[in-house]
Design a protein around this ligand. Sequence first.
Ligand code: SF4
Ligand code: SF4
Ligand code: SF4
Ligand code: FES
Length: 310
Amino acid sequence: MANVTLTINGIKVIVSKGTTVLDAAARAGFFIPTFCHDPEIPRFGACRICVVEIAGMRNLPASCVTEATEGMVVNTESPAVAEARKTILEMLLANHPQDCLTCEKNGDCRLQDYSFRYGVKGPGFEGKRHEYPLDDSNPYIVRDMNKCILCGRCARTCAQVEGRAVIDFTYRGFDTKIAPPMDTTLAESDCVYCGRCLAVCPVGALTYKRMAGKGRAWEIEKKPVTCTFCDSGCLFDLNIKDGKVIGVTAGSPGQGRPLCLKGRLGLELLYCDDPADPQMKRDGEFVKVSWSDALGLDGVLDKIRKIEGK
Ligand code: SF4
Ligand code: SF4
Ligand code: SF4
Ligand code: FES
């Protein structure tokens, strides 16, 4: 594939044709903030936090949807760029709960990180705010749409990676909201709780219910492991605090963000000292049996032998 050479912050960078300015900058080691961009789903270009200055262009283009071209001269942190990003953050905060102290995402939130980076002290504008009820109607995911910045990553991931399209943009203008059809709760929707949407949410709008209140981001050690519940071999992170696993979260991009309920809930067996009695079907009904029965002649081994024809 043909290459193009551009200059980013004074450094010559060679990338293949079709590469975005965002990826070219990353290749050269320059950080550009992103909210709506995700490497696993098609380009979207909605949030504009990734704007850069490009010589000869009147406006500040979004680097995640602008392709690098031969001779392009890019500045990723000019005063105009910093000012634009600051304004975007102030506008987002104008309709955002000032809730960092108790937010589950404190310490792992892009809105918080970028506000710090660009010196944003709070909302730059006064205006109407949403007061959506919390959706904790299901055992796995808490949806707080008051904290949603409408980046669309969750909906696009659900539709384009998971292939389900359980959630999407609903309503219009100021009332635009990410929700299942008819603005129901997740519990009433076709959600399978794979957690992909949760894994890509850059703020505290979608959080993992089972880990609520169990630890702050900086206290948690993440250890990548391969799930052994089936032969799909999904990779995920054990979240460990003080030597104890407090949650299971999907791995990083390209490392197996999917996670089924077995992978998520298998965690509970780790600390289960008193597992429930096994059950076997007898005369069409499940009845409690002893472990030796379950694993003995009438149990699993017997069935395996029958399947093997022994
Ligand atoms: S989502 Fe981020 S910015 Fe918003 S309250 Fe939580 S930590 Fe703070
Ligand atoms: S948990 Fe999975 S199925 Fe449910 S909304 Fe999120 S991505 Fe879609
Ligand atoms: S819920 Fe999270 S991922 Fe979805 S649009 Fe809102 S901020 Fe983005
Ligand atoms: S990250 Fe580029 S427009 Fe959102």
